[in-house]
Ligand binder design. Structure first.
Ligand SMILES: *Cc1c(COP(=O)(O)O)cnc(C)c1O
Length: 372
């Protein structure tokens, strides 16, 4: 029996040909025509004019925060329920994340708690330098309310859309809501370049600055001239060629993941004790991962026991993200609320959702849950 993975890379002949064509062109370095094509394609999906391809989503978050002026001693509001990369990037700049709970309706940053936190910070004369939103599991946060709260206090927003390429909120694409948006093309994301990321922004000068910092802040001089500290964050042209081929297949990838979630919902939805991540009708997720919730009393197994059962059947499932305020490294930092993030972590299980998963493999997953 083959092992069924959570979200493995989905590669086709089209991807293979694009990669080999770039190889044959000898544009292997972090410069080349495929970078421009990949950037233009992702900018177009995100509905934003400018983009720079980077070595990771984490690099994109780091640069985005730096470029909007986050620095040592600053506070940055981050949802607790996310992957560590969101909070880590804040610390790279010597700033401190302050965590806020999610709302039950979308599992994303709670707009009411955010507004409350901003009002208190304003009253204390200590507004955060930025708010980072996360579009969890490929579903946009509630931007109408989040952007209104941030606009009231003039606090800039960075959108961590690492998981959400192709999702929309009220018709507007993920990645377009902040001063900058960040995507990841890590191996398990909906599209992948094995490792990679992209920063997108409506402001051309911000993206130019990001490109400059991502290439060791090298000045356009024949000799090596540097006026500030830079990073080696640029994506290789070889991987950009792969990324460009991947983006051309995004619509099919999303359609397939939507179908996979639909099948899970129709076949597991009636099982007592199984629920699903809620999808408010404000948007269309990209269905990166199908996440179920397990009520241990009614289902008869804890999420942990279910994951172990699936592992014994060679099926990879994972708990939902462990909230940042429960992480030993961040445990001392401020946290507003917490019940929603804690419940999602205590009950959530991410099921295999890869777009290349066959119907037969998905049935194996479903039957392993049914006949637990
Ligand atoms: C994957 C991910 C990142 C980081 O992207 P990398 O490309 O792995 O650095 C950041 N935030 C979230 C929410 C992610 O899921």
């Amino acid at each position: 029996m083959n092992r069924i993975f959570l979200s493995p890379p989905h590669m086709t002949e089209c991807d293979r040909n694009a990669l080999l064509a770039a190889f044959d062109s000898n544009w292997i370095a972090p410069v080349g025509p495929d970078l421009e094509r990949f950037e233009a394609a992702v900018a177009s999906v995100a509905g934003v004019d400018h983009a720079v391809a980077l070595s990771s989503g984490s690099a994109g978050l780091h640069l985005a925060l730096q470029l909007i002026g986050v620095g040592p001693g600053d506070e940055v509001i981050v949802p607790s329920l996310t992957f560590a990369a969101t909070a880590n990037a804040v610390t790279y700049l010597g700033a401190t994340p302050t965590f806020v709970d999610s709302e039950a309706a979308s599992w994303n940053l709670d707009p009411d708690l955010l507004a409350e936190g901003l009002a208190e910070a304003a009253a204390a004369g200590a507004l955060p330098a930025a708010v980072v939103t996360v579009d969890l599991y490929g579903q946009c946060a509630d931007y109408d309310r989040i952007l209104a709260a941030c606009a009231e206090y003039d606090v800039p927003v960075i959108e961590d859309a690492a998981e959400a390429l192709g999702a929309t909120y009220r018709g507007r694409p993920a990645g377009s809501f902040g001063q900058a948006g960040v995507f990841s093309f890590n191996g398990n994301k909906i599209l992948t370049t094995s490792g990679g990321g992209m920063l997108v922004a409506p402001d051309e000068s911000l993206v130019q600055r990001a490109r400059h910092l991502a290439t060791q802040a090298r000045e356009p001089e024949p000799h090596y001239e540097h006026h500030e500290i830079g990073y080696n964050y640029r994506l290789s042209n070889l991987l950009a060629a792969l990324g460009h081929a991947q983006v051309s297949q995004l619509a099919e990838r999303i359609a397939r993941r939507r179908e996979i979630e639909h099948i899970y919902r129709s076949r597991l939805g009636a099982i007592d004790g199984i629920g699903f991540m809620p999808h408010p009708d404000t948007g269309t997720p990209n269905h990166w991962l199908t996440v179920i919730t397990v009520d241990e009393q009614r289902f008869g197994l804890t999420p942990h026991e279910l994951i172990a059962k699936l592992a014994a059947a060679d099926i990879e499932a994972r708990p939902a993200w462990k909230p940042m305020h429960l992480q030993p490294i961040f445990a001392e930092l401020p946290m507003r609320g917490g019940a929603v993030a804690e419940t999602v972590f205590a009950t959530g299980v991410c099921l295999p959702s890869g777009s290349a998963m066959t119907d037969a493999d998905q049935s194996r997953v479903i039957e392993a849950i049914e006949y637990r």
